[in-house]
Design a protein around this ligand. Structure first.
Ligand code: GLU
Length: 557
């Protein structure tokens, strides 16, 4: 068979040679050991939280090695394409702090290894497909859908493996004259790879996550170019990863089954195989059993879920890194203030079997991350969140930035910062009582105090409070003095020795003040709260609380 003739017949318009294409994609000028990685989604709108793990792995490997991380859009399956998916994706990833050095951008392409959208690279794939045909490594297949179905039916009857291989590969050795005739009749055809592999042979392969693997060789003549001339994923990604100089392919482990074919393709084209990292899907607990995180069943799978809840990007990044690399947490406790990017990410520390999504761990990390931020940073990030998701609260918090920052500063700094906030959406509940429009008091006072006693505490505290104290101790000394005056023990230990001598203790008095001022039994440090609110607001609150006291046995107000 004259394969050159066959190649000319199939690709009469392809004049460019593989060498000319190669010349357009020179070696990258990068430092020794730099990784070139990519994220290569199909624009089907199906990206979910689990995909971020592969994205982060690629991003870290490239950026920590001084390499390049690029975005390639694998849009060869037009039927599954969702309009606008690329734009949404780029935006979502940017929100997670994922930025690409080159590749597809919303405005077009950025970089000299493009185009970065596969449908725009059709001519390039044809050059290499032509070469494979000319070398006898690929051939046209004229099988219609019906013919392929009938092959499948017969395979079912014979209990043979499905696929286009061996004796089932009908057009593998079609004589040139027949090919010519079929083409002149205008019959549609695909271009298939001519596999020399055998299902009886094994292939050894080292995956950087899964380790040493033994896989069965591929014997199927898979399609390289579909009948419309658009390549399949298998062919397109091999050509692209070669030309774009990808050193490490990070992708989901659903591709392991076709990896033997990809290995064959690289070899057939005479190209160096990149290193592969196949990542298991993210798992989630469903009752007592584990299953894959699912976009259909789990709200957490959606990339917007965490953003709407208000998890800071830094917390999400930190969570993903700690899930990906088993030694991250140890590193974090030794390097509390370092940015997560300083952590040296290693594929060797990745879990082979797939990570389990752990919301409690994410919450814990998020609390810690937020507790380490300054009040200014919290103000900025929470403000950005509120602007998008809770405009009403945004209005309140930005009315008087200094007031809000003072609230956010309570318990911040120091060795043991407060950890009240897990996500930005907690903030309204946490700090709402500082704002009159959100103040919805629950005047539940400590048990065992009668109305008269409560009213007296509120009234006396109102008379005493000036809003001007040297420090917390100065304020608390006065609360203690007030307690004693009203028959409450100023010292809880002493109270425990002779409880019958007192109406209660200083803790009860503080709780009454807290409930009256904050409208709840839990609040950040009461001294700080009252200091920030100032004399007028505190006194108004006390007055309102007194007015709400239920009538009881005593009329001491
Ligand atoms: N387009 C493929 C997908 O979305 C990418 C696989 C790869 O990264 O090579 O699954």
């Amino acid at each position: 068979m004259d394969y050159n003739k066959l190649a000319e017949l199939l690709f009469p318009k392809v004049e460019c040679s593989p060498d000319e294409i190669e010349a357009k994609f020179p070696q990258r000028d990068l430092p020794q050991g730099a990784f070139v990685t990519r994220f290569a989604p199909s624009p089907t709108g199906s990206i979910h939280f689990g995909n971020l793990f592969a994205v982060f792995t690629s991003e870290r490997l490239a950026h920590q090695s001084g390499g390049v991380f690029y975005l390639r859009i694998e849009d060869t399956d037009q039927k599954r394409e969702v309009e606008g998916a690329v734009e949404v994706l780029i935006d979502l990833l940017a929100n997670y702090g994922i930025n690409f050095d080159e590749g597809a951008l919303i405005e077009g392409d950025n970089g000299s290894y493009g185009p970065y959208r596969q449908r725009s690279r059709k001519d390039i794939y044809h050059v290499f497909a032509k070469r494979l045909v000319a070398e006898g490594k690929a051939y046209p297949c004229f099988c219609s859908e019906e013919e392929l179905n009938s092959i499948r039916e017969r395979q079912e009857e014979e209990k043979a493996n499905f696929g286009y291989y061996g004796k089932w590969a009908k057009h593998r050795d079609m004589p040139l004259a027949e090919v010519e005739r079929a083409i002149s009749e205008g019959k549609a055809y695909t271009v298939r790879f001519r596999s020399e592999g055998s299902a009886d042979k094994k292939l050894r392969f080292t995956d950087l996550v899964k380790g040493d693997l033994e896989v069965t060789e591929n014997d199927a003549d898979y399609v390289l170019l579909k009948s419309d001339g658009i390549p399949t994923y298998h062919f397109a990604h091999v050509v692209d990863d070669h030309l774009m100089k990808t050193t490490h392919v990070v992708r989901g482990d659903e591709w392991l089954s076709t990896l033997p074919f990809h290995i064959q393709l690289f070899a057939a084209l005479g190209w160096k195989l990149p290193k592969y990292l196949h990542i298991s899907p993210l798992m989630i607990m469903d009752g007592d059993s584990k299953r894959k995180l699912s976009k259909r069943k789990d709200p957490e799978a959606s990339l917007t879920f965490f953003r709407e809840k208000g998890y800071p990007v830094a917390a999400m990044r930190e969570y993903i890194l700690s899930t990906l690399n088993s030694n991250f947490e140890e590193w974090r406790s030794a390097n509390q203030d370092a940015p997560a990017e300083d952590f040296r990410f290693s594929p060797k520390k990745m879990s082979v079997s797939g990570a389990l999504f752990d919301r409690d761990k994410l919450n814990d990390i998020s609390k810690n991350v937020i507790s380490r931020l300054t009040a200014d940073e919290v103000y900025k990030l929470a403000g950005e969140w509120a602007y998008e998701f809770d405009r009403g609260f945004y209005g309140l918090m930005s009315e008087d930035p200094d007031y809000m920052k003072a609230i956010l500063n309570i318990g911040r700094g120091g060795k043991k910062p407060r950890k009240d906030i897990t996500v930005w959406s907690d903030l309204k509940e946490y700090a709402g009582f500082f704002f009159e429009p959100l103040f919805a008091p629950d005047y539940t006072y400590p048990e065992g105090l009668d109305r008269g006693g409560i009213a007296q505490i509120i009234r006396e505290y109102g008379l005493m409070f000036t809003g001007e104290y040297e420090d917390q101790n100065g304020w608390f000394d006065e609360v203690k003095a007030l307690s004693e005056r009203l028959g409450f023990c100023p010292d809880t230990k002493r109270y425990k020795q002779e409880p019958e001598r007192w109406k209660g203790h200083v803790g009860d008095v503080s709780m009454v003040i807290r409930v009256a001022v904050c409208g709840r039994q839990q609040s950040p440090d009461l001294y700080e709260v009252t200091r920030i609110m100032g004399e007028k607001m505190v006194k108004n609150r006390l007055k309102a609380a007194a007015e709400q006291l239920p009538y009881g046995t005593d009329s001491g107000v």
